[in-house]
Design a binder for this molecule. Structure first.
Ligand code: RO9
Length: 280
C-alpha cells in the first residue's frame, strides 16, 4: 500500500524525539487513529549510519505482529522527512507512569513481566534481539497492556530522562559493557538480563545498579545489587534468576512465564489480587 501525508489528518503532537516528533493522526478514508513519527533526513544523515539503522529497524518492525509489540503499519517519505505510521498506544509512556507512581504493586509488575516475556519469546523465535529493553522504550495501550515501542531509535522526552552519554547504562548486561568478544552481543540472552533489571525497577522504583557511571559499570560487571527485604521472596527469586552474569545460566523465557511469582499474580480468578477496585 502506498501512503502519503495527504492521507492523514494530523492531530496534537504527542511528544518530541531526538530525530523529530510524534503526532496523533487519523487516516482520512478509514478514520483509523494512529501515531505518526516524523524523522528529519537531515538529522539522520548527520548520525553515522543512523539512516541505514532506521531502514533496518523499519524492516524488522514491519514484520512483527504481537499484542505487546507496537505495530508499524507503514512508512513513506518526502524530500526532507521520513514518516512512520505506528500503532497508537492510548496511555503513553510506561516510564512516566512508573515515575508518577514511584513503583508498581507486585500484581501489576508481574502482569507487565508476563506480557514482556510473551513479546520477547515472540521476538526471539523470529531471531530478533531487542537489546534495549527499558521503561523508556515501552508504551501503555488503552486497556493497560504494554507495548515494546522502540526498535533502535528512541523518542527522547525533554528533561526527566536519564541523561547519560549513550542512554542509561543501567540496563546493559555485563557482556555488553565488558570489552572483548562481541559475539555475546548477538545472543538473545542479553534481553533476559534487561528483563531482570526491568522487574527490579518496576518493584523498587529505581534500577538495581543505579549509581555514578563508573560505579554502575563496576556493579553490573559483578552483578552487585541488593533487593530490599520488602520485595516478596517469589519476586526476589525471579530477579536473581535473571540477573546472572553467565548468559547461559539466565532463566529461559518459558520458565519466566511459569515462575510462581507470575502464576500467583496472572492467573485469572475471582479473588485475583490485581483488581484496582475492591470487589463488591
Ligand atoms: C514526550 O514523550 C512522548 C514522546 C512520544 C510519544 C508520547 C506519547 N505517546 C502516546 N502514544 C503513542 C506513541 C506512539 C509512537 N504510539 N503511541 C501517547 C501519549 C499520551 C500522553 C502523552 C504522551 C504520549 C510521549
Amino acid at each position: 500500500k502506498q501512503f502519503h501525508l495527504g492521507m492523514f489528518e494530523i492531530g496534537r503532537p504527542l511528544g518530541k524525539g531526538k530525530f523529530g516528533r510524534v503526532y496523533l493522526a487519523r487516516e482520512r478514508s478509514s478514520n483509523f487513529i494512529c501515531a505518526l513519527k516524523v524523522l528529519y533526513k537531515s538529522e539522520l544523515q548527520q548520525g553515522s549510519g543512523v539512516e541505514k539503522q532506521v531502514r533496518r529497524e523499519i524492516e524488522i518492525q514491519s514484520n512483527l505482529r504481537h499484542p505487546n509489540i507496537l505495530k508499524l503499519y507503514g512508512h513513506f517519505h518526502d524530500s526532507k522527512r521520513i514518516f512512520l505510521i505506528l500503532e497508537f498506544a492510548g496511555k503513553g509512556e510506561l516510564y512516566k507512569h512508573l515515575r508518577r507512581e514511584n513503583r508498581f504493586p507486585e500484581w501489576k509488575a508481574a502482569q507487565y513481566t508476563a506480557q514482556m516475556a510473551s513479546a520477547l519469546r515472540y521476538l526471539h523465535r523470529k531471531h530478533v534481539i531487542h537489546r534495549d529493553i527499558k521503561p523508556e522504550n515501552i508504551l501503555v495501550g488503552i486497556h493497560g497492556e504494554i507495548k515494546i515501542s522502540d526498535f533502535g531509535w528512541s523518542v527522547h522526552a525533554p528533561n526527566n530522562r536519564r541523561q547519560t552519554l549513550c542512554g542509561t547504562l543501567d540496563y546493559l548486561p555485563p557482556e555488553m559493557i565488558k570489552s572483548g568478544s562481541k559475539d555475546n552481543w548477538y545472543n538473545e540472552k542479553v534481553d533476559l538480563w534487561s528483563l531482570g533489571v526491568l522487574i527490579y525497577e518496576f518493584l523498587v522504583g529505581e534500577a538495581p545498579f543505579e549509581d555514578t557511571p563508573i560505579m554502575t559499570h563496576k556493579r553490573i560487571a559483578r552483578a552487585d545489587m541488593t533487593i530490599p527485604e520488602w520485595v516478596s521472596k517469589e519476586a526476589k527469586d525471579l530477579i536473581k534468576k535473571l540477573l546472572v552474569l553467565d548468559p547461559e545460566k539466565r532463566l529461559p523465557l518459558e520458565e519466566v512465564q511459569t515462575h510462581p511469582w507470575i502464576i500467583k499474580h496472572c492467573v485469572k480468578g475471582e479473588r485475583a489480587s490485581n483488581r484496582e477496585k475492591p470487589l463488591k
